[in-house]
Design a protein around this ligand. Sequence first.
Ligand code: ADP
Ligand code: MG
Length: 236
Amino acid sequence: MSILEVNDIGKSFGSLKALGGVSFSVEPGEILGIAGPNGSGKSTLFNTLTGIPFSPDTGSVVFDGVRINGMSGEAIARLGLARTFQRETAFDNLTVFENCMIAAARGSEEVAAGALEFMGFSESQFGMLAGQLSVFERKCLMLATAVAMEPKVLLLDEPASGLTKPEIESSIGLIRKINASGVTIVLIEHVLTFLMSLSQRLMVLDQGRVLTIGEPRSVIEDPRVIEAYLGTRRAA
Ligand code: ADP
Ligand code: MG
């Protein structure tokens, strides 16, 4: 059974159809990559799946056998579907440890500390204010906070954006490590090398629809995908 089944979901903002009937499923244990031009609906997809900050207008989402569309973001997260945001979100005036504790499963300090260590933080960094961290460290904190929720599926929105090449290499390692610990991952990314080295399958969105989904190498060589990225159709 698929861990996540997305059936024909739609989301509009006024007259703009951000998602126009998106269907796909995610298998337990996999890393599914999502690519697509700017504005193609990738972040909106994550927003609607997690109910943060809104649900889809139409269609259904079944997570681990439970229909979750329309549920609150909190309830969905509690069931085990967690997400990170495109911009690093952290409470700047709280410490690294306090940030992680907000999300930690069962309010457990052991879980929070374990998640931070798992994502490469040393105990000496636990007391630092999140506002003092580098962009990369903030991304690691966001990952640790998500891991501390003990999710079954983790949705990552552009985890590599704004990172240097060596930092991208490090975050590939961290995401592999999270996946190897038993967490299914769905990953939106612009950095193609990142997507190609992590994804078992790759889905491409274009104008709120699934253009194609399949084996990553054949997906990026698909003429429709190349066209969507180069934008020749829209320019015509
Ligand atoms: P992507 O993440 O693929 O770059 P988004 O999902 O952020 O794209 O956006 C898809 C489309 O929906 C864009 O045209 C964007 O401007 C619009 N959009 C996204 N969120 C909102 C919102 N909260 N209100 C109005 N329009 C939105
Ligand atoms: Mg986005």
